[in-house]
Design a protein around this ligand. Structure first.
Ligand SMILES: CCCCCCCC/C=C\CCC/C=C/C(=O)SCCNC(=O)CCNC(=O)[C@H](O)C(C)(C)COP(=O)(O)OP(=O)(O)OC[C@H]1O[C@@H](n2cnc3c(N)ncnc32)[C@H](O)[C@@H]1OP(=O)(O)O
Ligand code: FAD
Length: 664
């Protein structure tokens, strides 16, 4: 048999649940499913959005092609009168990082969150109609994580009622802002506010970068691209830029002034709004990144699962077919936890979106009480989900053996595009240290203040510190209460232990720095409590469709017990579990894998990914892998001719022993 078509047809027949209903559960609602299905097909059927050849293009061609796609998408948005939600889905399915990501996900949200009503009235309509194109210029050559360490200055000139934006050093050059090198006409530039020689913190300023008529940089602005990034194609469709300002004047009313204001006289006015709101755009994007993690992980898992069902190695009996690699327990123990993680991240992403919407409404009404919790959750979950997704994509590559390394598997480009998510919008370790600050504070207040929100479980600190797990059989692990309590006890014990060790330091900041590696582990444990609990909350809702809830329960246990197995050192060291109980959890995990196995293909079909989005021969819906791999090899432009450029010049002289006289 040449291809794998028959394997996937048989696999689909094994499903023990209603795949169409699972698609709805994955999408969140029937309406969400229909919307995204419609937009996915719109993109897949439009030849302008073709992306298979992307990794073969040179940088300039790649970039120009990306500009063409954006322009075509904008035309579709106008012609088809797409809503903002549909337009966002369109960008997602086009699947190409571009300046519009910054426009819609950073520039506009920054003005919405940090601008005054007057500023919003002026700038938002222009930006929403794409009459100005904006980016987010915070990071500099010398500082990214340490925002308070930024060096760009914004000095108020009372004579002209303007700010003077200046890059005083090489390291103050803005470095990384996407969309900036070649496209954006404006940027939100973060700079140190200087009034009458005094520093008043870092603030955001709307700075025009280019002439709107001819697109040339304005006087005093030096701008360019920072160079090729990791991987071919991938993030190289984006023009990440460097900007240097030489005393650039902007009107006073272009400082984003919701948090603090500068008066005509040059006086600094601090409103009741906390200064952390200046970081609000990052909170918004971190939440988006969490919601997006399941999309990226599910793509890789879909490819690896379909291919694992097609691929056969060893074990042929009496000349019969060999074993499908998906039937190897080792393959299942690597693949199925990732499949379960995709579902777990989907549900926690949905919850975080809800949390963010709630916080946003509160902030608009000047209620800042839930901001610290929102910051800790978005920072921690951004770190947890992106690290797990990046590692998961790479694991999927290995699960596909040698063919996974081919660009046509779709995995290398997915990995290269995804992996910077571990760094941008806050380095993942730096983000976990923010969670650690929040946890340390929570633990130190336990005696007199009831923890709320995602730390509410720590109200039961005494029970969680003293009681131990009661599981006696592998079957007893199939109880959501038992599983969640194990995660809560481990997290509480790790956080309290950190708190006790910190208390021994005279200088708390010194202690925090010394114990930071342990604090990051405690923060991860807390974030895992959130993911596990939100999965359970999802299962408590009504989930229609034959067998859908049962399968989601199986995936929940796979996710949680896999984590328990992976981190069993923590569970044992904190004394909540015995080695016997940890081993029983692992026994249960093996049983769960065999429950996932017949449903594996149907579970990845439920993501409803089009072949266009996957852009993968290994992950094709029809499983027709081998003929298509063979065909793609010979369609590669490198195979246009049997004799490659350079053969006559460099190889033939060697073969003929004529290298001494060859012109090299
Ligand atoms: C492939 C995935 C695709 C997903 C698609 C999504 C959309 C795509 C859109 C665009 C593509 C991405 C482009 C990338 C853009 C960028 O990367 S922009 C730059 C991002 N930069 C960062 O994230 C910098 C990280 N650093 C910081 O956030 C901060 O500097 C800090 C590390 C938090 C430290 O700040 P600072 O020194 O000022 O603060 P502290 O003294 O530590 O803390 C003071 C108190 O403030 C609290 N805090 C900090 N941050 C926040 C916040 N954001 N909100 C609320 N509160 C905050 C902190 O906890 C302290 O509180 P405490 O005093 O009570 O302890
Ligand atoms: C593809 C991409 C797109 C980007 N787009 C934008 C954009 O549009 N706009 C923008 O402004 N920026 C953008 N950035 C920049 C990005 O936000 C920063 O790179 C990021 O915030 C990390 O900061 P850094 O580079 O300074 O890392 P660093 O902080 O220098 O990190 C280096 C190492 O130091 C460690 N470290 C740093 N501080 C601490 C600490 N306190 N404790 C322990 N360890 C620490 C980190 O964990 C890391 O291992 C982009 C970056 C990338 C890769």
């Amino acid at each position: 048999m040449e291809g794998g078509v028959d394997y996937l047809i048989d696999e689909r027949k094994k499903a023990q649940f209603d795949v169409e209903a699972m698609k709805v559960a994955w999408a969140g609602s029937r309406q969400a499913f229909e919307l995204s299905d419609r937009i996915a097909k719109l993109v897949a059927n439009d030849p302008i959005f073709e992306k298979f050849s992307r990794p073969m293009l040179g940088r300039k061609e790649l970039f120009k092609n990306s500009l063409r796609k954006v322009a075509h998408a904008w035309k579709l948005i106008i012609d088809l009168r797409l809503s903002e939600e549909e337009a966002k889905l369109l960008r997602h399915y086009i699947d190409e990082p571009a300046y519009t990501d910054l426009q819609w996900e950073m520039f506009i949200p920054a003005i919405e969150g940090q601008g005054t009503e007057e500023q919003k009235r002026k700038w938002l309509p222009l930006a929403r109609k794409m009459q100005v194109i904006g980016s987010y210029a915070q990071t500099e050559l010398g500082h990214g994580s340490n925002v308070q360490g930024l060096e760009t200055t914004a000095t108020f000139d009372p004579q002209t009622d303007e700010f003077v934006i200046h890059s005083p050093t090489l390291t103050s050059s803005k470095w990384w802002p996407g969309g900036t090198a070649k496209v954006s006409t404006h940027a939100i530039v973060y700079a140190r506010l200087i009034l009458d020689g005094q520093f008043h913190g870092v603030h955001g300023f709307i700075v025009q970068l280019r002439n709107l008529e001819n697109h040339t940089p304005l006087p005093g602005i030096t701008v360019g691209d920072i160079g090729m990034k990791f991987g071919n194609g991938a993030y190289n469709t984006m023009d990440n830029g460097v900007i240097r300002f030489n005393h650039v004047h902007i009107p006073r009313n272009q400082m984003l002034m919701r948090v603090s204001q500068v008066t005509r006289e040059g006086k600094f006015v601090q409103s009741d709004v906390p200064r952390q709101l200046l970081y609000g755009t990052m909170v918004y994007v971190r939440q988006k990144i969490v919601a997006d993690a399941s999309k990226a992980l599910s793509r890789a898992v879909c490819i690896a699962t379909r291919y694992s069902a097609v691929r056969r190695q060893f074990g042929s009996r009496n000349g019969g077919p060999e074993i499908q690699v998906i039937d190897y327990k080792t393959q299942q123990s690597r693949l199925f936890p990732l499949l379960a993680s995709a579902y777990a991240f989907r549900f926690v992403g949905e919850w975080l979106k809800w949390l963010y919407t709630d916080v946003k409404q509160r902030l608009e009404a000047n209620d800042f009480s839930t901001l610290p919790e929102a910051h800790a959750c978005t920072a921690g979950l951004k770190s947890l989900t992106t690290s797990a997704t990046a590692d998961g994509i790479e694991e999927c590559r290995k699960l596909c053996g040698g063919h996974g390394y081919l660009v046509s598997s779709g995995i290398p480009e997915l990995f290269a595009t995804y992996v910077p998510a571990c760094t941008f919008e806050g380095d993942n370790v730096v983000m976990m240290l923010q969670v650690a600050r929040f946890l340390v504070k929570t633990v130190s207040e336990l005696g007199y203040k009831q923890p709320v929100g995602t730390t509410a479980y720590m109200r039961r600190v005494t029970a969680l510190m003293q009681s131990n797990c009661a599981v006696r059989t592998a079957e007893e692990w199939l109880n959501p209460g038992v599983v969640v309590e194990a995660f809560e006890a481990r997290s509480t014990r790790m956080a309290v232990a950190c708190g006790q060790r910190l208390a021994k330091f005279e200088n708390p900041e010194e202690g925090f720095a010394e114990l930071s590696a342990d604090l990051v582990e405690a923060s991860l444990a807390h974030c895992q409590v959130i993911v596990v609990s939100k999965f359970v909350e999802k299962l408590q809702q009504e989930i229609p469709g034959k067998g859908v809830k049962r399968l989601l329960e199986v995936l929940f246990y796979v996710y949680a017990l896999f984590l328990l197995h992976k981190h069993q050192g923590d569970f044992l060291a904190t004394g909540y579990l015995t080695p016997k109980q940890a081993s029983l959890a692992n026994d249960q995990l093996r049983i769960l894998y065999s429950k996932v196995r017949p449903n594996a293909i149907a579970l990845v079909d439920s993501f409803n990914h089009t072949d266009h989005l996957l852009s993968s021969i290994l992950g094709r819906y029809d499983g027709n892998v081998y003929p298509k791999l063979y065909e793609a090899a010979f369609n590669d432009p490198f195979n246009d001719s049997d004799i490659a450029d350079g053969i006559h010049q460099y190889v033939q002289p060697m073969l003929r022993q004529e290298l001494h006289s060859a012109k090299l």
